[in-house]
Design a protein around this ligand. Structure first.
Ligand code: MG
Length: 157
């Protein structure tokens, strides 16, 4: 199973560009303040990498505030994942790229499009998550499972 962001093993990754999703990865959907373990994990990564936050929720004030707390850089853009245009003119030359997120259809596909490694984080859920959200989560996880099984079959034959 996937691990929550705070427990992910980045294997001492250095000098990479790490693109972090916010909702469901760093905070529960719509949340404002990441817990201490998340903040510490991000500070670890920031020491040796360039860490950016990307969100399809265009609550820029909140997103900026979370980035500040994490010592990361918020990419303020009207574009949405999985469009690669979310990255604007970000210079990715010669860097290894990692996308971390809880959703395959946004974060996972973005990673594929930009040739990044995708690390799926265990989603932070909340009892207040609504029915629509839960349905989207279930659908996303199902599609990810299907995608993985297709790729796996393709490789084994
Ligand atoms: Mg998310």
């Amino acid at each position: 199973m996937h691990l929550p962001f705070s427990k992910l093993d980045f294997g001492g990754v250095k000098n990479a560009i790490i693109l972090l999703d916010i909702d469901g990865t760093l905070v529960p959907d719509g949340g404002d303040v990441p817990v201490k373990e998340i903040v510490e994990k991000c500070h670890e990564l920031v020491e040796h990498n360039k860490v950016y936050l990307l969100s399809n929720k265009k609550n820029h004030d909140r997103n900026e505030a979370i980035a500040g707390l994490l010592h990361a850089t918020y990419i303020n853009t009207p574009r949405k994942k999985p469009s690669r245009k979310v990255l604007g003119s970000l210079d990715m030359q010669g860097k290894s790229l990692i996308v971390v997120g809880d959703k395959f259809l946004t974060d996972g596909i973005l990673a594929k499009r930009i040739g990044a490694r995708f690390i799926k984080a265990k989603r932070i859920v909340d009892v207040r998550d609504g029915y629509i959200n839960k349905t989207m989560y279930a659908l996303d996880d199902l599609i990810y499972q299907l995608f993985k099984s297709v790729v796996w079959r393709g490789r084994s034959s």
